[in-house]
Ligand binder design. Structure first.
Ligand code: GUN
Ligand code: FE
Length: 429
């Protein structure tokens, strides 16, 4: 039964279901009751069913526009907003030269607060309403991000105990203490975040993992992003007791308890079949960040190509992320574009890219039943994007192409695509 609290939204609607299917309504009606989606159906049918309840006050016709679920960006560094478009050479040099100095600034509490307010407001305007976020080492930066983020995010302080600049190096003891404290303060919203094996000691990864597992918190780190990183990791660990015989990067995370069904591995580009098997067996997820991995001429770090076909063949769970600031732009439309551009010959479609930017992320975060798409009964979290005037698509793939391809050469345009954002039934902008 319709109630007085219902609201109705009219537009073209996209509702991603999986890699191959995305429900498409040329003229659709989204009926919202309180915080939840009550119904999603063709407008004609919707008017028959709800016409008596619809009026000027509770009905919004967005006209030539599309409604789609809000994005889940499954790997980004909120403290790297300033390095997104800085010169990039390769990962390790870029970290030393630009990224670490930028993160050091977040030692100042007032600065961190101000930047969190700006960043998370911007993120909402890009239509991102969930995901997994890296902060700097500082507790107050995590506090600020937790306070200012709007949506379903897990957030963690990067943990750095070795091979790091002095201003970003914490002791093992203080890292573990802070982990315990943040788990207590934020529960499952805290994400245990050793930056990567290069900067975090095995003891901290092991003990911190245990704390996170006990509290059912997520864990995230970087894995096999570049060949130089892998060589460096192995050269460090083969000199550490207990790791003398490790053959792969993945083995290091396996030995330190970092893998599992609540584990998110950023990048995972250069992995052997055996490593993929380990990730699959442990139900670990990989987050593919195409705009970050793209060539330097395209404002990426030139880290390489993610073999999603092989990852899927190995039954490894995966989703898309922006990797701000390795990736240059916040918009998941740009990430979707990059994914399709990079993988065209390997059956990458926009429908797949949309699923991997929405529901796949929600599923990985354990929220697939309540968010990630616009199925009946789920949270009413959606974005509205105007369609080009002459666009009259007949299917989801064509519609996404009409939205995304015109801006390939001017990627800043993606920043202005989203016009309305609703989270749990409430307008955020
Ligand atoms: N590996 C370790 N830290 C980082 C980071 O900040 N960005 C990226 N892209 N890779 C990393
Ligand atoms: Fe990253």
């Amino acid at each position: 039964m319709a109630t007085q609290k219902m609201k109705f939204y009219i537009a073209t609607i996209l509702n991603p279901q999986n890699d191959r299917e995305c429900d498409f309504y040329t003229n659709g009606l989204l009926a919202v009751e309180g915080t939840k989606i009550k119904d999603i159906l063709p407008l004609e049918k919707g008017v028959k069913k709800y016409g008596a309840k619809m009026n000027k006050r509770n009905t919004t016709d967005f006209g030539q526009a599309v409604i789609m679920p809000g994005f889940f960006d499954m790997h980004f560094h909120w403290v790297q907003d300033d390095v997104r478009e800085m010169p990039k050479d390769s990962l390790l040099e870029w970290l030393e030269k630009y990224t670490f100095p930028t993160e050091m600034k977040f030692a100042d509490k007032a600065y961190a607060k101000k930047r969190a307010e700006q960043f998370f407001q911007k993120l909402v305007r890009h239509g991102t309403l969930g995901g997994a976020c890296y902060s700097s080492i500082h507790e107050h930066a995590v506090d600020a991000a937790m306070k200012k983020s709007k949506g379903h995010f897990v957030i963690g302080n990067v943990i750095m105990n070795m091979n790091s600049p002095e201003a970003l190096t914490q002791s093992e003891e203080s890292s573990l203490k802070l982990t315990q404290k943040l788990i207590k303060k934020f529960g499952k919203k805290h994400c245990f975040t050793p930056r990567f094996a290069i900067t975090t000691t095995p003891k901290v990864m092991k003990e911190g993992s245990k704390m996170a597992d006990k509290a059912k918190c997520f864990k995230q780190t970087h894995l096999s992003e570049t060949p130089a990183e892998i060589d460096f990791v192995l050269s460090i660990y083969r000199n550490l007791p207990g790791f003398e015989k490790v053959k792969t990067y993945t083995e290091i995370y396996e030995k330190t308890g970092m893998l599992g069904e609540r584990s998110l591995m950023g990048h995972g580009i250069h992995l052997s079949t055996k490593e993929l098997q380990t990730l699959s067996k442990t139900k670990t997820s990989v987050v593919h960040c195409p705009t970050s991995n793209a060539p330097i001429e395209e404002k990426g770090l030139g880290s390489g190509l993610f073999n999603f076909k092989q990852v899927e063949k190995s039954k490894v769970r995966w989703a898309l992320g922006s990797d701000i600031g390795g990736g240059p732009f916040l918009s998941m439309f740009d990430v979707m574009r990059s994914f399709v551009d990079q993988h065209k010959k390997k059956e990458a479609t926009y429908v797949k890219a949309l699923y991997r930017s929405t529901l796949a992320g929600a599923e990985i975060l354990g929220r697939g039943k309540t968010s990630g798409n616009l199925n009946k009964g789920k949270e009413a979290s959606f974005i509205v994007v105007p369609l080009p005037k002459d666009s009259q698509p007949k299917a989801a793939e064509a519609l996404l192409s009409d939205l995304i391809t015109p801006h390939r050469k001017n990627r800043h345009d993606y920043e202005g695509l989203v016009k309305d954002v609703y989270f749990c039934g409430k307008a955020l902008i």
